[in-house]
Design a protein around this ligand. Structure first.
Ligand code: AP5
Length: 217
């Protein structure tokens, strides 16, 4: 099964993708995490994209499309994947279609997480992530079960993202409205766009997504 999780910054895409990865054995393909890993390694790609990401703007389509094409071709993606943060523009959505057609794969669902922007500012301001595996936590809504230890990988170092500063968050919302929201009709017209209420508690949102995933079996 191949899924896309769509929604504005802070909608909960990463949180829910990690759950699906654990519950269904799907591979999470999170373009933001891949780019942050490249930045942390100090690779050429990482150095090229760091300032763009910190300002809340999008990395050029060509860079992202090449990165996803290489990742999707790996054997672990054969049993299904969750795209988290990709596609974010119409050219990216078109490129994804071409990649999938070449591989004789299809998209089962595109799940839009509908949220209230004002609440997202609070979510992003309180977010911290595991430095090792990227799992997202929140100071009030989602703390690790054992204080200071990542639930998923046992990592003990956590970081705040530079693009969660208020000025970058505002830019990211604007980019979402202008460049990413236009891909919604692309999937709605094909009848594969499903919507969940992303404002519920994390477990409740997971239940809604589970119901959609179950309907694809
Ligand atoms: P990326 O890392 O993809 O960031 P984003 O899309 O802005 O999404 P976030 O990771 O901020 O939010 P999320 O929806 O995953 O929420 P989360 O689960 O963490 O991209 C970063 C940058 O990389 C981009 O700005 C761009 O520069 C570049 N980039 C990436 N992909 C690109 C592409 N395709 N093209 C071009 N450029 C690209 O949750 C947020 C917080 O809320 C957490 O603290 C969490 O614990 C909490 N939370 C989650 N769900 C709930 C809930 N239901 N109730 C209460 N709290 C919740």
């Amino acid at each position: 099964m191949n899924l896309i999780l769509l929604g504005p910054p802070g909608a909960g895409k990463g949180t829910q993708a990690k759950r699906l990865e654990q519950s269904h054995g799907l591979v999470q393909l999170a373009t933001g995490d891949m780019l942050r890993a490249a930045t942390a390694r100090g690779s050429e790609l990482g150095l090229k994209v760091k300032a763009i990401m910190d300002s809340g703007q999008l990395v050029p389509d060509g860079v992202i499309i090449d990165m996803i094409a290489e990742r999707i071709a790996r054997p672990d993606c054969r049993n299904g994947f969750i795209l988290d943060g990709f596609p974010r523009t119409v050219p990216q959505a078109e490129a994804l279609d071409e990649m999938l057609a070449e591989r004789r794969q299809t998209l089962d669902h595109v799940i839009l997480m509908q949220v209230d922007e004002a609440a997202l500012i609070d979510r992003l301001a309180g977010r911290f992530s595991c430095k090792n595996c990227g799992a997202s936590y929140h100071e009030r809504y989602h703390r690790p079960q054992a204080e200071g230890v990542c639930d998923l990988c046992g990592g003990c170092e956590f970081v705040h993202r530079p693009d969660d500063r208020p000025e970058a968050v505002e830019a990211r919302f604007e980019v979402y409205r202008r460049q990413t929201a236009p891909i919604l009709p692309y999937y709605r017209d094909r009848g594969i766009l499903r919507t969940v209420d992303g404002m519920g508690e994390i477990d409740e949102v997971a239940r809604q997504i589970e119901a959609i995933v179950a309907s694809a079996k």
